[in-house]
Design a protein around this ligand. Structure first.
Ligand code: FAD
Length: 534
């Protein structure tokens, strides 16, 4: 006898699992979410990482999909406590040699972005402005691409139509069909001539998990230029967004259980029948959606022996890292950084995301290649955030909480002892570098600091190798590698996390998984709205 029965079970209460669960409940199903940890959100995570009173986002810092995310709007997340701020100066790079910074603003400040880029190249300013205008004019199709399952999974005509619109956009941008295969680096170098602009764009490859040197340059160019000026921050820390998502799901009737790791997905004759929890309880349901990564889902929870040859090969070729692996330095500060570049343009001191430690594009390229080569980059350049500049609630009065991103090799590249060494030395090396860009970043300005590495991400959040997209398919012999896969070959089992539809706090995989489940099970299309094409 089962210990409990639901219509649908979601394994994991990451933001995607919560999204799938909330829509399933809205469609009338009795839904249980079983989360391994004591709190929801997965990578939407905030804690007092340095000293009490200073709140640090250890994973996701910025939310770039808020304007488009159906989960946010359909469930009115602000009513459940989600609060967002959109800083004007969005992405910037500071230089140590007295050059002005390069700053990209939100689209309504197009002239300021133009002026900032034009300091280095009028050509680059014109290209960026033109590309961004054209991309933003098609933003609904870009959003639709994200929030629609791929054609063979959605069984709708929309997915094919959207692909056509995006191809049109590519042509409008002046590219040729053959250039779809070019790498991000080749396309960036084709578009922009200044080393400053290239440095910003190369660094964005890290943020977006794109391989600088191979594949999908088209996605990178369109998506990055679309998204790099529309980032939001969550007031109170990123976890407040996850909390609002969980509250909305609970309000919808979802039964959300914490400290409840799932160890097994139960099947009979290739049909899902439910799950077994770590404490031995059996929970029954005909529909199971997994927010965990594919390795955990199929190898640990289903078992190698029960997998089809296709799935075995897909798993054998599943690749964690190197593109999606970051480490997070956290600093509790007396005062925020005051950059040398601010003498030329003070906006850099109040920029949401500031790149520090690179003087040119070649240095960013070297840094990225070292991490691809399983090495911790020699020069500890970082992307940095000081969220207390906008939201003082994240630190004691007058003080500041900073976080950053180092691009690191995947967790298994180093031994635990080597990661210990990185943890205890790398932030100090970064601080020395930081002081070359912002002279007030001395040891005296630092109240406390901590470094969180891919090894910790794997242990704490369960992202294998620290890969924030839960991996990606590599080359395959038997099948076609696909980036997306919501339906599985086991009836009733679906994937609803980052591995199915891409990383980032988009809630797209969770939303698309629900659409596929609804399609298979004749559920009400509760996502449909007249003012939305996806
Ligand atoms: C350092 C870092 C910085 C990042 N910065 C950003 C950013 O600024 N903006 C952005 O949009 N994205 C960012 N990301 C990416 C983002 O955090 C992830 O892509 C996102 O969290 C994936 O969401 P998810 O819900 O699919 O999976 P996860 O967040 O990984 O959640 C999965 C959930 O499933 C649970 N789970 C796993 N196994 C089990 C089990 N057996 N039983 C029960 N529960 C289980 C986990 O505990 C977890 O709660 C960052 C990631 C990292 C690591």
């Amino acid at each position: 006898m089962p210990d409990a029965t639901y219509d649908a079970i979601v394994i994991g209460g990451g933001h995607n699992g919560l999204c799938t669960a909330a829509y399933l409940a809205r469609a009338g199903l009795k839904v249980g979410v079983f989360e391994r940890r004591h709190e929801e959100g997965g990578g939407a995570h905030t804690e007092e990482a340095t000293v009490p009173g200073f709140w640090h986002n250890l994973h996701a810092q910025y939310m770039e999909f808020i304007d488009y995310m159906p989960f946010y709007h359909d469930f009115e997340l602000p009513k459940f406590g989600a609060r967002m701020i959109k800083p004007e100066a969005q992405v910037g790079i500071a230089f140590a040699d007295g050059r002005p910074p390069l700053v990209i603003y939100t689209p309504e400040f197009e002239d300021r972005t133009y002026k900032s880029i034009a300091q280095f190249s009028k050509h680059d300013a014109e290209v960026f402005t033109e590309v961004r205008r054209k991309v933003l004019a098609k933003d609904q199709y870009l959003a639709a691409m994200l929030y629609t399952p791929p054609p063979d999974e959605s069984r709708s005509e929309t997915a094919g139509a959207i692909a056509g619109k995006l191809f049109e956009l590519w042509m409008e941008l002046g590219f040729k069909p053959g250039e779809l295969q070019k790498s991000p680096k080749v396309l960036i170098d084709d578009l922009f001539e200044s080393t400053e602009m290239r440095a910003v764009m190369y660094r964005q490859c890290i943020e977006w998990g794109s391989n600088l040197h191979s594949g999908n340059g088209v996605g990178f160019i369109i998506s990055v230029i679309w998204l790099c000026g529309i980032h939001y921050m969550a007031v109170g820390g990123t976890h407040t967004l996850a909390h609002a998502m969980a509250s909305a799901a609970l309000h919808e009737g979802v039964d959300l259980r914490y400290n409840a790791p799932v160890t097994q997905i139960l099947t009979t004759n290739n049909h899902t029948t439910g799950v077994r929890l770590k404490d031995g309880r059996v929970i029954e349901a005909k529909i199971v959606a997994s927010n965990a990564d594919p390795r955990t889902t199929f190898m640990d929870m289903i078992g190698w022996d029960k997998l089809s040859l296709f799935r075995k090969e897909r798993l054998a070729n599943w690749r964690f890292g190197p593109e999606h692996v970051l480490g997070t330095p956290s600093f509790a500060l007396h005062e925020p950084p005051d950059y040398k570049s601010a003498k030329r343009d003070p906006a850099i001191n109040k920029c949401f995301y500031t790149i520090v430690g690179f003087e040119n594009a070649q240095e960013v390229n070297n840094y990225i290649e070292q991490a691809y080569g399983s090495r911790v980059p020699e020069t500890p350049g970082a992307g940095t955030w000081v969220n207390t500049l906008w939201d003082p609630s994240q630190a004691p009065p007058g003080k500041h909480a900073m976080n950053g991103w180092f691009f690191f090799p995947k967790a298994s590249s180093l031994t635990p002892a080597e990661w210990d060494d990185v943890r205890s030395t790398y932030n100090s090396r970064f601080l020395s570098l930081w002081a070359r860009y912002a002279p007030n970043m001395t040891r005296e300005n630092v109240i406390a600091e901590k470094l969180y590495v891919p090894f910790d991400i794997e242990k704490k959040i369960g992202m294998p190798e620290g890969d924030f997209s839960h991996g990606r398919p590599g080359s395959m012999v038997l099948g076609v590698p696909r980036a997306y896969s919501y339906r599985t070959e086991i009836e009733g089992l679906y994937m609803c996390g980052a591995s199915a539809g891409g990383g980032g706090l988009s809630a797209a995989p969770g939303y698309n998984a629900f659409k596929v489940i609804a399609d298979d099970n004749g559920l009400a299309k509760v996502w449909q709205r007249e003012d939305r094409i996806y």
